[in-house]
Design a protein around this ligand. Structure first.
Ligand code: HEC
Ligand code: HEC
Length: 203
């Protein structure tokens, strides 16, 4: 009697061990999801990064014309005659620093961060596709002579870039929208995409 209980236990234990060592049953769809090639993960990182670059917090300072565009609808304000001037810092008489300081002013609703200025025309993003933006951004003839490593540093460390996650409130006191991807996720995506060769997908 004792012996048969032991052998029953042995059978049960081996069944248990077998079921633990078996991989979980996956459907075909789930299996193919697990097989991501380096190219797939680079494309995924690109998608994440570009969701940020296409956001109005970046595009408003990388406009097609030489006037900053504002707000969630990226409207142009011409009333003050503000323009980027030769170098994007404004004109002699009225420049960006007349109103914009090194930090957000949440009383007046004027945003601010160090080096506040408009990106030069060669770095205009407004109205362009993500492939066009990425292509010009990686081209040293258009990006201010930067290497891929320098672009990575600019994208992950520059004060005007990081301002997008701390954009303050507008003139009505409404908080400005932040990009749709968190800062940490975005930084990880930029690094992954550039470290994997900065491959620009074809659309
Ligand atoms: C306040 C305005 C401002 C904001 C906001 C801003 N930028 Fe810029 N950006 C600039 C200026 C000015 C330059 C040119 C600086 C230089 O060449 O030294 C620039 C240059 C760049 C460059 C260099 C290469 C190139 O071709 O564009 C990158 C990359 C860039 N910005 C990314 C971003 C991203 C990403 C965001 C949003 C998360 C952003 N910027 C938000 C003003 C801004
Ligand atoms: C006379 C004051 C004044 C001057 C000069 C000025 N701005 Fe502004 N700017 C403002 C105010 C006020 C706002 C906030 C408007 C709002 O969001 O309600 C603003 C908002 C912006 C925004 C929008 C930020 C966003 O993402 O919504 C950008 C970009 C900008 N300014 C860039 C510039 C640049 C670049 C210059 C210099 C070429 C400049 N501004 C000169 C007053 C000024």
């Amino acid at each position: 009697m004792k012996k048969s209980i032991f052998s029953l236990l042995a059978v049960l234990i081996s069944l248990l061990a077998f079921s633990i060592s078996m991989p979980p049953d996956l459907s075909e769809g789930q299996k193919s999801e697990l097989k991501t090639s380096p190219q797939d993960s680079s494309n995924e990182a690109f998608d994440k990064m570009m969701q940020v670059l296409m956001h109005q917090r970046c595009v408003n300072c990388h406009p097609a014309g030489d006037v900053p565009i504002k707000g969630e609808d990226s409207h142009v304000t011409r009333s003050l005659g503000i323009s980027g001037g030769e170098k994007g810092h404004g004109l002699k008489s009225i420049n960006c620093q007349t109103c914009h300081t090194d930090e957000n002013n949440d009383f007046s609703g004027v945003p601010g961060a160090p080096h506040w200025a408009l990106a030069p025309k060669s770095m205009a993003w407004e109205g362009k596709t993500r492939v066009e933006i990425a292509t010009q951004m990686m081209d040293p003839k258009l990006n201010g002579g930067r290497s891929a490593k320098e672009i990575m540093e600019h994208l992950t460390e520059h004060e005007l870039v990081l301002w997008a996650w701390d954009p303050g409130v507008d003139a009505e006191g409404t908080p400005r929208e932040t990009p749709p991807v968190s800062k940490d996720e975005y930084i990880a995506a930029v690094k992954e995409w550039i470290n994997k060769g900065a491959i620009i997908p074809n659309k």
